[in-house]
Each structure stands twice: as structure tokens, then as C-alpha cells.
Design a protein around this ligand. Structure first.
Ligand code: S3P
Length: 427
């Protein structure tokens, strides 16, 4: 579907956004692992999280979903039933990679498949260390999905230092380690999102090599009630739209403020963005609060290497903010962007070029110079939800609006994006 956007005059009002995607996936998984009934309030209702839910239904869990809440009847330690069909992770890297750690520890054979985009994404980063733990796991000849996972009699703990800054890899190994008597130790040289550690209440020590995370069977989850704060990655699109629109003000309720995820707010504030936080709260170690965002004049800043894993999903919308800000936007040390739902470096460069910016592409980033032209643009989503929403914001901010091809992919993380936009913009 092609979606058109006209230029807006201002943003006003308030938003309650859906639950954080990373936490929703984990809440479903940990509830399915626990024996008994768990409730997940404000669980994201999107294609990606529904792929996770469907997989656990296929393995015998009763899962009820209303618009915002999910109730899971978990199966307990190694209690899943053998799926009769391949497990389809759809577009979701988090589903495929985290579930691999769980499946490696079960007593049955399973196969994970995915859509065209997920089937191209690298899986050797989890296959190699899971094999070191004794898992029997076979990827395709290209090191991708489908992954075939066989039961193993030789699962054992390891100490492993992450060669890529990836929370999905870290979590996959922690979930395999959750099934073992002995302690698995994961060393994380660069901090990535820590939801798995917080939600399972894992032991973390700061060492010279980085965070040392320990897990064993004693940390296996019990049923509980989860509350999922609103997704900061989703909020980022509305924050940038408000900052760059004239005479605008927006309140966004209960946004996740976990410090491994809030880098986007830090950078936008450094750029001159007026973002204040009120009513800060914390549930199960996850901080959240209400954001107040006002029109601001933005200027580009240097983005340090260390913050990249923290902002990895927000780089598309940060680049849009950068394209409308003073001084050229540039980003480096972000090669992981090429391995997301699309090659995001390529996708961003193609679309910024269409908008008349001067673009220089590098293997690990890109530089933008100049300002958007006055034409009406047609952008490509590359079937990537975050590219589609980033250029929707770009179009709303452009003098003559724009169109996005293949816009339906937004349902991966936020099926209500258009409704939310409609409720806060004025023409
Ligand atoms: C996620 C981790 C990140 C992120 C993805 C969600 C998670 O991926 O890009 O959207 O829920 O653990 P990597 O860990 O592969 O960087």
C-alpha cells in the first residue's frame, strides 16, 4: 500500500502509545516458560509480538489476547509440546534469536522459519555460541534461517564474551543457560539493552572486561503480572515530529526510560530539543515517565561510538531530525544497521537522496549535507517499519508532503501509527 502524507502546520495533544516491543516479547516468553498463569498489561499488539505468541501457542500454551493485555498459561520447565509445523518468526529477529536459546534446551526437534527479510539476517552469531554450549542446531548453508534444532544430551554452561554488541545474542545464550544447573557467564564488553537481565533478576557484576552476567536454573521465571511501559522507539517518531514542527507541544504517557534505551532523548536534548520528563516511576526495574515535548531549534551533534547500541533502532528517525537540523548529520560505527529488517544504511541513503540531500555512504554509516528540496517526495519503505515511519515523519515536515511505498510494514511494531498521527496533527 502507498501512503500519502501532507505537510502539517502543528502538533498538539497527548498520546498513550503501545507497550515496548522488546519487553513485550520477553514478557510473553518468560510467561510461557513459567508454570501457571501470568498477565501482561499493555503488551504490544503488533505483528512481531503476535509471531512470538503464535509460536508458544504451537508449543501448547494457552494465550488469550485482548487489545492491550495478554494472559498466558505457561508450561513450566521443559514443559512445551513438540510443534507439528515449523515455527514462523515472521519479520522478528528478537523472536527467532531468543527462541533459539529456549528451543536448544527442549527435548524435541523444531524448525524456525521467517519471512524474506528475516531469512536473510545473520544467525551464525547465535549458532556458534549455542553449539559451544552443546546445542545441536543447523542453519541454512548461508548461516541463516531456517534453523533446525535437535534435542541434545550434552548441554553445558560456558563463559562467553560477546563479539557483537547484540542484546538478541546475549538473551539467546542467557535463555539457554536458564535451563542448566551450572552457571553460564556472559561477558558484555559494550552495554546493550538489559531487559532480559532485569526481568529475570539476573546477577550482573561490573568487571574490567565489561558486564559479567550469570544465569542458571535458579533464575527460572515464576508466573507474574507484568506491566509494559510504552515503547521509546515508537515514541521517538512523535518526539521528532513535535520538535521540528512550529508552535507544537505533545505529552506522551508512560514512556520507557531504561538507560540502555533512552539515548535518543539524550541526543535530541544535546541537539537543543526541549524534552522534559514528569511522574517518573519504576516497576520491576524498568523506569518510565511522561514526556513533554515542545518545538525546538535543532543543531547536529557528534554521535559517539559507545552510544550506538543504545540508539540502534532510533537511528532512522534521528537521521531525519538531523536532515532538518543545522549543520550536517553524520553517523559512523553503525555497521549493525546493515543487518536489521532492511539494510538501513542503504535504505536511508536512497531516501535522503530522493529528498535532494547530498549523501555520502560508508560501510558503517553516512553523512548528510544540505536541506530537503521543495518537491513532493516518493520514498521507499524497503518493507522496514522504522524506515516507513521515519519517512512518514519526513513527509509531514516537508513543505509539500510525500508518499511512502509499501507502508503496511508499520504493523510490525505499531499498527496504529496512522491513527496516532491523525489524533495529534493539524493542517
Ligand atoms: C532487540 C535488540 C536489538 C534491536 C531489536 C530488538 C531486542 O537488536 O535492534 O530491535 O529486543 O533484544 P540486536 O540485539 O541484534 O542489536
Amino acid at each position: 500500500m502507498k501512503q500519502s502524507f501532507n505537510s502539517i502546520s502543528k502538533v498538539t495533544g497527548e498520546l498513550f502509545l503501545p507497550g515496548d516491543k522488546s519487553i513485550s516479547h520477553r514478557a510473553v516468553m518468560f510467561s510461557a516458560l513459567a508454570k501457571g498463569k501470568s498477565k501482561i498489561a499493555n503488551c504490544l499488539n503488533s505483528q512481531d509480538v503476535n509471531s512470538t505468541i503464535e509460536i508458544f501457542r504451537q508449543m501448547g500454551c494457552d494465550i488469550e489476547r485482548t487489545k492491550n493485555d495478554v494472559i498466558v498459561e505457561g508450561k513450566g520447565f521443559k514443559g512445551f509440546t513438540e510443534p507439528s509445523q515449523p515455527l514462523n518468526a515472521g519479520n522478528s529477529g528478537t523472536t527467532a534469536r531468543l527462541i533459539s536459546g529456549i528451543l536448544a534446551s527442549q527435548n524435541f526437534e523444531s524448525v524456525i522459519v521467517g519471512d524474506e527479510s528475516l531469512s536473510k539476517r545473520p544467525m551464525m552469531r547465535i549458532v556458534e555460541p549455542l553449539k559451544l554450549m552443546g546445542a545441536r542446531i543447523e542453519p541454512s548453508s548461508k548461516g541463516t534461517l531456517p534453523l533446525r534444532i535437535f534435542p541434545s544430551n550434552d548441554l553445558h554452561s560456558i563463559k562467553y564474551s560477546l563479539p557483537v554488541a547484540s542484546a538478541q545474542l546475549k538473551s539467546s545464550l542467557l535463555l539457554a543457560g536458564l535451563h542448566l544447573d551450572e552457571t553460564t557467564q556472559i561477558v558484555e564488553p559494550v552495554q546493550t539493552r538489559n531487559h532480559t537481565e532485569l526481568m529475570l533478576d539476573l546477577e550482573i557484576r561490573k568487571t574490567d572486561e565489561g558486564n559479567l552476567i550469570s544465569v542458571n536454573k535458579n533464575f527460572y521465571p515464576e508466573p507474574k503480572e507484568y506491566f509494559v511501559p510504552s515503547d521509546i522507539s515508537t515514541a521517538a517518531f512523535f518526539i521528532v515530529l513535535t520538535l521540528l514542527s512550529k508552535n507544537s507541544e505533545l505529552k506522551i504517557h508512560n514512556v520507557l526510560l531504561n538507560e540502555t534505551r533512552a539515548g535518543v532523548i539524550e541526543i535530541l536534548r544535546q541537539m537543543g530539543g526541549e524534552i522534559s520528563i514528569e511522574s517518573e516511576k519504576e516497576i520491576s526495574g524498568e523506569k518510565f515517565g511522561d514526556l513533554f515535548v515542545r518545538s525546538s531549534k535543532l543543531e547536529n551533534v557528534k554521535i559517539d561510538k559507545e552510544i550506538i547500541p543504545n540508539i540502534i533502532d532510533e537511528i532512522p528517525i534521528l537521521a531525519v531530525a538531523g536532515a532538518f537540523a543545522e549543520g550536517g548529520f553524520e553517523i559512523f560505527n553503525a555497521e549493525e544497521l546493515r543487518k536489521k529488517e532492511s539494510d538501513r544504511i542503504h535504505a536511508l541513503c536512497v531516501n535522503f537522496q530522493k529528498a535532494g540531500l547530498n549523501v555520502e555512504e560508508f560501510q558503517d554509516g553516512f553523512k548528510l549535507k544540505g536541506f530537503p528540496s521543495n518537491d513532493r517526495f516518493t520514498f521507499e519503505s524497503f518493507n522496514d517499519h522504522r524506515i516507513a515511519m521515519a519517512f512518514a515523519v519526513f513527509s509531514l515536515l516537508s513543505n509539500n508532503g510525500g508518499e511512502i511505498n509499501d507502508f503496511d510494514c508499520v504493523s510490525v511494531s505499531n499498527p496504529d501509527f496512522l491513527k496516532q498521527i491523525k489524533s495529534i496533527v493539524r493542517y
